[in-house]
Design a binder for this molecule. Structure first.
Ligand code: AMP
Ligand code: FES
Ligand code: ZN
Ligand code: ZN
Length: 301
């Protein structure tokens, strides 16, 4: 199988783009698609300082690598959730990547921030770990980006992630969530712009990209993601894609074309949390500070 662009042997076939790619052209395509999304959605300019949230997985570490290669000034942020072996290993992959590439990585840990890891927090608050995890991560990512003076916070969400989220939102016709699903979320008071430069890059391309570029990452998923609905939705989309290549990219791009027709999401009135000063829709303490307070109350004096 020959590369669509040169004489070399292809290592990746992309039916949805009708391409066969050699290693060099896999790298070129992934970087081009990321750059295309950055320009198309005006995610950030070359002189702006970006914070990349890295989980230790292929997408976010790959994204950090891509942004650096494209000449952007990007630092990393890792949030140690304290999920035993999984967090320890994913943290090591992020630190190794930063060290090898001479990049700045900031590490925040729930143990230090809240006095306990995610499993302990979930037990104390009697909820599913994932329900608290999303809110805690969003808070810490935004706070770190705000305090560090970054112009944008980038996450590694890829085409497969976005198409699965879109399918979930569409199945419920959740107009609020659909309106909020966009590759760029604008900045607000103490809220940093959120961007997803990998929306056009599939999971398979990111696996190949990391392998070719020598990026080591954690293969395992978070232990709490077992049985998650997002995995089920991705599986369904993969089956559709097998039957009709380009289902995912067409689904996502067609949505983005009509996105402006959706009613604007309700703007929650934001106040400053009396404890941390970050924006919150809640009366009184923000959700993060409430969790912190609960965890402090249960700690032995
Ligand atoms: P997930 O919600 O786990 O699918 O992750 C989506 C994106 O959030 C990843 O691509 C990362 O950019 C970011 N992210 C996830 N977990 C962490 C973490 N522990 N620390 C920093 N960023 C993270
Ligand atoms: Fe949040 Fe697993 S990464 S619960
Ligand atoms: Zn080639
Ligand atoms: Zn607060």
């Amino acid at each position: 199988m020959r590369c669509s662009f040169c004489e070399k042997e292809a290592v990746l076939r992309l039916r949805h783009a009708n391409l066969r790619l050699c290693p060099e052209h896999v790298v070129a395509r992934v970087e081009k698609e990321a750059q295309k999304a950055i320009h198309e959605f005006r995610m950030f300019a070359p002189e702006e300082k970006i914070l990349v949230a890295v989980s230790g997985g292929k997408d976010s570490l790959g994204l950090w690598h891509i942004l650096t290669k494209l000449g952007y000034k990007a630092d990393g942020l890792y949030i140690d959730l304290g999920i035993s072996e999984y967090s320890r290993r994913s943290r090591e992959f992020c630190q190794e990547f930063a060290r090898n590439h001479g990049l700045n990585l900031q590490v925040l840990s729930l143990q230090e921030e809240l006095g306990a890891g995610l499993d302990e927090i979930a037990k104390a608050l009697r909820g599913e770990p994932c329900a608290h995890c999303g809110a805690i991560k969003r808070y810490l990512m935004n706070r770190a980006a705000w305090e560090g003076g970054y112009a944008a916070l980038a996450t590694g969400h890829n085409l497969d992630d976005e198409a699965a989220t879109l399918l979930g939102n569409t199945l419920r016709w959740d107009l609020e969530y659909l309106a909020r699903q966009y590759p760029v979320l604008p900045a607000g008071p103490k809220l940093v712009r959120k961007v997803k430069p990998l929306i056009y890059v599939s999971e398979r391309e990111m696996v190949a990209y990391c392998l070719i570029e020598g990026i080591r990452y954690i293969y395992e998923e978070c232990p709490h993601s077992v049985g998650a609905r997002s995995i089920f939705l991705k599986d369904i989309l993969n089956r559709l894609e097998d039957e009709a290549p380009s289902t995912k990219i067409t689904f996502l791009k067609s949505f983005l074309r009509v996105h402006h027709k959706l009613p604007a999401p309700k703007e929650a009135e934001l106040r400053e949390c009396p404890s941390c000063g970050m924006p919150t829709a809640a009366e009184g303490l923000c959700r993060f500070c409430r969790i912190k307070e609960r965890m402090a109350q249960r700690a032995p004096a």
